[in-house]
Write a protein of this length. Structure first.
Length: 214
């Protein structure tokens, strides 16, 4: 009987593959983190926005040694449209970077490309307003590309490697599948998929779990 059930399972999986249906293990689940708009700053721009030598004040620890600072700035787009109280994430970076949703970009009147963090060449210009000054970035504003953070142990458990691209299926909310999701592996990471507010709203995702499809 067990042998017959095994054969039936294999036949079902092969049939689904031939039909082009995604085959996945429901146990390959990853928690979801919804990333709101935020800013990373270099030392020079912190000095301009908050005053020479100013040190950001930590509000909440995040993964990978990052933290949410107490400080916020105002974003100003090319059409002088603004979004206030945008959180700064520390620590300092070599180059300032602004991450927004596509809805935010439309509101600001800019064309921000979808990029992974740090890929800023040719990205959108934007202005930042702080209590002590204004910074104009000729490039640096992106719509963050969805991705999955995981530790080497998690990568081994899921059978994936750094920079591998997978799909992630959601059976809760409105249901659906995100394609083209790169995996980022580092000892400092905890398991979490990051999506923006537009993506979360589109599929009705809150504190749901996604299923990795390799």
């Amino acid at each position: 009987m067990q042998e017959q059930q095994l054969i039936q399972t294999i036949v079902r999986l092969v049939t689904e593959q031939l039909k082009g249906v995604d085959v996945y293990n429901p146990e390959d689940r990853v928690p979801i983190g919804i990333s709101a708009r935020h800013v990373h700053l270099c030392r020079r721009d912190i000095d301009t926005l908050f005053g020479p030598g100013y040190q950001l004040n930590k509000k909440k620890d995040l993964m990978g040694g990052q933290y949410a600072a107490q400080e916020c700035v105002t974003l100003v787009g090319t059409k002088l449209r603004a979004i206030e109280n945008v959180r700064i994430l520390g620590p300092e970076r070599r180059q300032s970077q602004v991450e927004v949703s596509n809805t935010d970009a439309i509101r600001l009147g800019i064309k921000a490309p979808v990029r992974l963090s740090g890929d800023l060449a040719g990205s959108a210009p934007i202005a930042l307003v702080g209590p002590k000054g204004i910074v104009y970035l000729e490039e640096g504003c992106i719509v963050a590309k969805r991705h999955i953070h995981m530790s080497p142990a998690d990568a081994k458990r899921f059978g994936v490697v750094d920079k591998q691209v997978v799909k992630v299926r959601f059976e809760s909310g409105r249901g659906g599948t995100f394609d083209d999701v790169p995996i980022r592996v580092d000892d400092s990471f905890t398991l979490e998929m990051h999506i923006d507010t537009d993506e979360a709203n589109g599929l009705g995702i809150t504190k749901d779990m996604g299923i990795i499809i390799k």
